[in-house]
Design a protein around this ligand. Structure first.
Ligand code: HEC
Length: 105
């Protein structure tokens, strides 16, 4: 039988994994159409709108968390609409962290 300590440790391990799944779902629903599931922008709409390759380490270095957050809140250019009325600040913060995971070595 698992001790209370083990149960707590398991919960701690499970919680971030759950958040990860939710943010992936969010990305799939709201972002991947233009940015692709892997952030490369390699989709029909991504190519049409010339979205940046978010996996590029150079791109990652040029964009601060604040800049990424602002783009999601307020939108970018004519194509990417602001998400401030459609996502919670928590969801936007999670998406910023998700964008960071696209960086290739
Ligand atoms: C209708 C297409 C479209 C959708 C949907 C979309 N984007 Fe964008 N996004 C763009 C375009 C176009 C740009 C501007 C070109 C660029 O910087 O790549 C952009 C730029 C960005 C940037 C770079 C901002 C900067 O300062 O350079 C980030 C980060 C971003 N999008 C994240 C997201 C996230 C997160 C979502 C979902 C919540 C999303 N996008 C949904 C089209 C889209």
């Amino acid at each position: 039988m698992p001790t209370l300590k083990t149960a707590a440790a398991l919960l701690l391990l499970a919680t971030p994994a759950l958040a990860e799944v939710e943010v992936k779902d969010l990305w799939a629903k709201k972002c991947q159409g233009c940015h692709a599931m892997d952030g490369s922008g390699d989709t029909e709409r991504g190519r049409k709108y010339k979205v940046d390759d978010l996996t590029d380490p150079g791109w990652q270095a040029r964009h601060s968390d604040e800049k990424i957050e602002k783009a999601i809140f307020e939108g970018k250019g004519k194509v990417m609409k602001p998400f401030k009325d459609r996502l919670t600040p928590e969801e936007i913060a999670a998406l910023v962290r998700h964008v960071r995971t696209f960086k290739r070595p």
